[in-house]
Design a protein around this ligand. Structure first.
Ligand SMILES: NC(=O)CCC(=O)C(=O)O
Length: 259
């Protein structure tokens, strides 16, 4: 299974429509992949709070969904299109991830459960999702998580219980805590004996330099590919979903769970 993580530069000087078109082209170029992944909130910037309300959109029919559906279809790939600011029917906002199948259909959405910011930003501007989400990709069951979720191992256990063997984690993780990002991505892989595809944004928005350092970790905790910096780049790797069962059988720590 070939995976491509697009570590996208989220430069506030680039108009959202231009970034959508550029991102769609980057997705189309990954036509040989089985799964393409984009970062968290790349249409607005994960820390660009003043833009959230004005740029909120429908996850099914908004401009990002339309552009990403077309890109997935044109490339013939499964696309985890990162997340958008979702405007819900009652007017509330969610940080919502979108997954498209190769025919361009919206296969799944996931509303971020753990909102970042403590008493400001996303934590006060957005509603919290309540449902862990898995996706039946033809090669693996994907478990969806978003950025700050990475700090909450109990959520990943729920995804394992739902059958996930490959976690997809779009993020807008700050450079200030880059060491946490790399460590937690490996920790979630090791403790759950699962792949982690962690795709962060590049560049700086709202004065928050991004960590970049997108990473693909295997179920043994080995790093298969890692971006060396926070520049825009495409990270590719080949993962073997059958490796999840092999590792879980060879070293059956998950069977010793008590809680
Ligand atoms: N967008 C986020 O969820 C940021 C998370 C973060 O900065 C952290 O966990 O540290």
């Amino acid at each position: 299974m070939r995976v491509s993580l697009i570590q996208l530069d989220v430069d506030p000087a680039e108009p959202p429509a231009a970034r959508r078109a550029r991102t769609a082209d980057l997705v189309r170029a990954q036509h040989a992949a089985d799964l393409v992944v984009l970062p968290e909130l790349w249409p607005t910037g994960a820390f660009d709070y003043p833009r959230f309300d004005a740029e909120a959109e429908s996850p099914a029919e908004g401009p990002t969904a339309e552009a990403m559906s077309a890109a997935a279809r044109d490339a013939g790939v499964w696309l985890h299109a990162g997340s958008v600011v979702e405007r819900a029917a009652d007017g509330g906002l969610f940080n919502t991830s979108l997954v498209f199948s190769p025919d361009g259909a919206l296969a799944a959405t996931y509303r971020k459960i753990h909102r970042f910011g403590f008493d400001r930003g996303e934590a006060v501007l957005m509603e919290a999702g309540t449902e862990p989400v898995t996706v039946a990709h033809p090669s693996a069951v994907l478990g969806l998580a978003t950025c700050y979720d990475l700090r909450f191992p109990e959520m990943f256990r729920l995804l394992v219980d739902a059958g996930a063997g490959l976690f997809v984690v779009p993020a807008g993780w700050p450079a200030r805590r880059a060491a946490h990002w790399s460590l937690l991505a490996r920790a979630r892989a090791v403790e759950n004996q699962a792949y982690v595809l962690a795709c962060c944004s590049a560049g700086t928005h709202a004065d928050v330099p991004q960590a970049g350092r997108s990473v693909v970790v295997d179920p043994w905790g080995e790093v298969l590919a890692e971006a060396p910096d926070a520049a825009e780049r495409v990270l590719t790797a080949v993962v073997d979903p059958a490796q999840v069962a092999r590792v879980r059988e060879e070293f059956p720590a998950l069977k010793d769970r008590v809680l």
